[in-house]
Design a protein around this ligand. Structure first.
Ligand SMILES: [Zn+2]
Length: 369
């Protein structure tokens, strides 16, 4: 039995968080994001880690990787939603038991806490070692990092995501909905609406039938919502319209539901055989399902928290994270960053009375896996 990890030094946590917070890193500025990553890289090298710079600006840090077993994956992003200059209005500051500043809660404190956990583990790495993937574009949908995240998830035995717990709670994130955009384009045949209507095939008429058919795919009781949010078509009103398009927002709680919705859309056939339908788009982030692998990780986290003297709960949330990409590929638990509140908001902060305990929780969880 490994003894309980020591409480990390709050002053040291705060100093590291100040350094990262004062390096503004909007998703739009790769050079600024690289400065945050350079700090993390120095920390990784001090710990004897290896560093790889991957395409698109993602960095991969590995600790105690032996190849004898699959590593544990830690997932963090270095970008924030805050533009340059935010620090002037929202400076780094500690007031009472809260530390404020842009990107503190989402998720620079998660990255800082992970390094403090790694320092506690140093040398006694979990079987297979630990890989920390630090990405530059989570806040804008992870276009450049998705392939690296998925590759890392495939080679790992579990993914621990360093996004914060649910706002103002000790709740870890055990599931997230998948989000997609779907585009339906109808192409018919134009004709004079007065002289030769029978020679035309209306794309708008077909789209009108499809609006109701597409929305009927919603299954709110299963967490599936479908909304046609935009429709565009036609031109001159005396022409039978040859073009019409529909754009729909789709959210699903399970991959089975995503598959059902996509199959139904691909099976849609225009009533008039002269009209063709093209369906494009799909899920931007797949659903992160609360599967058995996540449940096992959550129960281990719950037991670790109890050993440390506090309770964590598990919640399924609507918004996505990079955990949506790992969850279909390996057991995933999210919300292992720093407690606080105000993601993407002016009062963004980390709770200093709770943060050290969550760093201990992450450390303990890694020890036990
Ligand atoms: Zn985040």
């Amino acid at each position: 039995m490994v003894s309980l990890p020591p409480a990390p030094d709050l002053a040291a946590l705060l100093e590291d968080l100040r350094v990262l917070t004062e390096l503004e890193s909007p998703s739009t500025d790769p050079a600024a994001i690289a400065r945050v990553m350079d700090v993390a890289e120095a920390w990784a090298l001090e710990l004897g880690g290896t560093v790889q710079h991957l395409s698109g600006g993602t960095r991969r840090f590995a600790f105690g990787e032996t190849g004898a077993a699959r590593p544990l994956l830690l997932l963090a992003h270095a970008d924030t939603v805050w533009p340059h200059g935010t620090l002037r209005a929202m400076p780094w500051r500690v007031e009472g038991d809260r530390a404020y500043g842009p990107g503190t809660y989402d998720m620079k404190a998660g990255l800082v806490g992970a390094f403090h956990a790694l320092r506690t583990l140093a040398g006694g790495w979990p079987r297979g070692g630990v890989v920390l993937l630090l990405t530059p574009d989570e806040e804008t949908g992870s276009a450049s990092s998705r392939e690296h995240i998925e590759a890392a998830a495939r080679e790992s035995r579990a993914a621990l995501v360093l996004e914060p717990p649910v706002a103002d709670t000790h709740a870890l994130k055990v599931g997230r909905k998948g989000v997609g955009d779907l585009h339906l384009h109808f192409r018919g045949v134009a004709s004079h609406a007065g002289n030769k209507p029978e020679e035309g095939a209306s794309a708008i008429t077909e789209a009108a039938h499809a609006v109701l058919a597409v929305q009927a795919l919603a299954r709110p009781e299963l967490g599936t919502t479908v909304s046609v949010g935009r429709i565009a078509g036609g031109g001159a009103i005396n022409v039978i319209p040859a073009e019409c398009s529909l754009d729909a927002d789709v959210r699903v709680a399970t991959l089975a539901e995503a598959d059902r919705v996509m199959a139904a859309l691909e099976g849609l056939e225009p009533r008039d055989p002269r009209v063709t339908l093209t369906v494009t788009g799909g899920l931007n982030r797949p659903p992160f399902e609360r599967g058995p692998g996540t449940q096992v990780l959550f129960e281990q986290a719950q037991a670790a928290a109890r050993e440390l003297g506090f309770e964590v709960t598990g919640e399924v949330v609507g918004g996505g994270s990079d955990g949506n990409f790992t969850a279909p590929l390996c057991p995933t638990l999210d919300g292992l960053g720093a407690p606080g509140d105000g993601a993407h908001a002016a009062h963004e902060h980390v709770r200093l009375d709770r943060w050290p305990a969550h760093v201990q929780l992450l450390t303990r969880l890694m020890q036990g896996l």
